[in-house]
Write a protein that binds this ligand. Structure first.
Ligand code: GDP
Length: 444
């Protein structure tokens, strides 16, 4: 999980203060020193850290925080505000041209996630705005790139224009743009070439493509895991091309987080999206305030709610609620529920978005094994349709059959059915407004 080390250390620095009723100047100095080291170790750019610490100190002194009420709380709030400011205050949306097509040029080093992000963005526009994008395959140096883009295009049902690898990318872009105008596509994505590192030939080619396509958005895709390098890459591309937006990928990985914190301050270019997984739906709008909350271990409840809403089928959820209320929730519903939850991503990541949970020591090493879910599903799949609808049919001999069918021990089958029945009872109680029922269940 991203930011783990940073969150830990920031929390330590700040809870140290919170424990004290009165905060002295020396306490503040110590905490700021710890925050500074934590940020540097997380690969935040040196100049950015220096300015951050100076701003926090100035604000704390200016507002005479140490003499006021709740100094520790106020300092936490200043740190939070500064972190939001460093990342850009508000979410910034994708640029849009006054007339069609809006042209989005994707640039970045090889392996950053450029092609994948083009697909994710095209899908997002299609799903949210009914857009009709065209993707242009202009990376002719990595032959697999064109195939990859075509496969992506087929998955999301977005056409891909390509002319193979023997045509100059400038020509490809020219022809692709003409086609998009003719077909009245509302968005054009140009998947331009990447390299292992910035070089002059690449930059010249990208500058030429920019001149030809006149993009409304030049989106740099950078890998958050590359730490300081991500910031340097962004600076390099920005100086030469004038970036308009950045997508940070692989925030689902073990990144220390420095890139998220410094890239905006160093380049002045907003981070617009973050990639948080390999699936085509794993792209989120970047909200500086939510990211700050997450980094400070205060959770990200808004994103959690949005994820739930996005993945949850509203009608389905209503129907399930009704069934729970009537106490007729069955194993078919159970399967659907489980699948919906699985679609939202790894459970441990979801839990960490709940305020206070990110660094809860009890959850430190929680790993919810997708295998456990798979075992539960295997048991349900071994049931006959009648058994799924009516769990009361599950006599001991039938349970033995399920165990054999799913290849799981009988105790596991028994435990699952018991938990299912308890959950069902509790849900029905709660939904019928009987809190006493629930308290009883929880042993209160
Ligand atoms: P390109 O060379 O910049 O076009 O990079 P690709 O789009 O081919 O991506 C390189 C690898 O990174 C692929 O295996 C992608 O699945 C993976 N990838 C891209 N974005 C993300 C992300 O947000 N999270 C994770 N975990 N993997 C990603």
């Amino acid at each position: 999980m991203a930011f783990e080390g940073l969150t830990d250390r920031l929390q330590k620095a700040l809870t140290g203060l919170k424990r004290k009723g009165k905060v002295t100047e020396a306490d503040l100095r110590d905490s700021l020193r710890e925050i500074r080291l934590a940020l540097l170790d997380a690969d935040v750019n040196y100049t950015v850290v220096k300015e951050f610490i100076r701003n926090v100190r100035d604000k704390a002194n200016g507002a005479k925080v140490l003499e006021g009420l709740n100094p520790a709380q106020q300092i936490v709030s200043i740190v939070n505000d500064e972190m939001v400011a460093m990342m850009g205050e508000e979410a910034v949306s994708l640029n849009k041209a006054p007339k069609i097509p809006t042209v989005i040029m994707m640039v970045g080093l090889q392996g950053a996630g450029k092609t994948t992000t083009a697909g994710k963005l095209a899908k997002k526009l299609k799903d949210e705005q009914d857009a009709r994008p065209l993707m242009i395959a202009a990376d002719v140096y990595r032959p697999a790139a064109i195939e990859q883009l075509k496969t992506l295009g087929a998955q999301i049902d977005v056409p891909v224009f390509d002319q193979g690898v023997d045509v100059d990318p400038r020509e490809i872009v020219r022809a692709g743009m003409a086609l998009a105008r003719e077909q009245k596509n509302d968005y054009v994505f140009i998947d331009a070439a990447g390299r292992l590192q910035i070089d002059e030939a690449l930059m010249q080619e990208l500058a030429d493509i920019k001149a030809i396509a006149q993009p409304d958005e030049i989106m740099l895709v950078v890998d958050a895991m590359t730490g300081q390098n991500a910031t340097e890459t962004a600076q390099g591309f920005n100086e030469r091309l004038g970036l308009t937006g950045i997508t940070l990928t692989k925030l689902d990985g073990d990144t220390r987080g420095g890139a998220a914190l410094s890239i905006r301050a160093v380049t002045g270019t907003p981070i617009k999206f973050v990639g948080q997984g390999e699936k085509l739906t794993d792209l989120d709008v970047f909200y500086p305030d939510r990211m700050a909350s997450r980094i400070l271990g205060m959770g990200d409840i808004l994103t959690l709610i949005e994820k739930t809403q996005k993945e949850y089928d509203e009608k389905q959820a209503q129907a399930t609620m009704e069934k729970m209320k009537e106490n007729s929730f069955d194993f078919n519903d159970f399967l659907t529920q489980m699948e919906q939850v699985q679609n939202m991503g790894p459970m441990e990541d979801l839990i960490k978005m709940i305020p206070g949970m990110a660094n809860n020591p009890a959850l430190k090493n929680v790993k919810i094994d997708p295998k456990d879910m798979a075992h539960l599903k295997a048991i349900v799949y071994s049931m006959t349709p009648a058994e799924r609808e009516n769990p009361d049919l599950l006599t001991p001999s039938r349970r033995r059959r399920l165990a054999a069918g799913a290849g799981r021990p009988i105790v596991e089958v028994n435990r699952m059915i018991k938990q299912f029945n308890e959950m069902k009872k509790m849900m029905s109680s709660v939904l019928n407004g009987n809190m006493a029922g629930m308290e009883q269940m929880m042993g209160a």
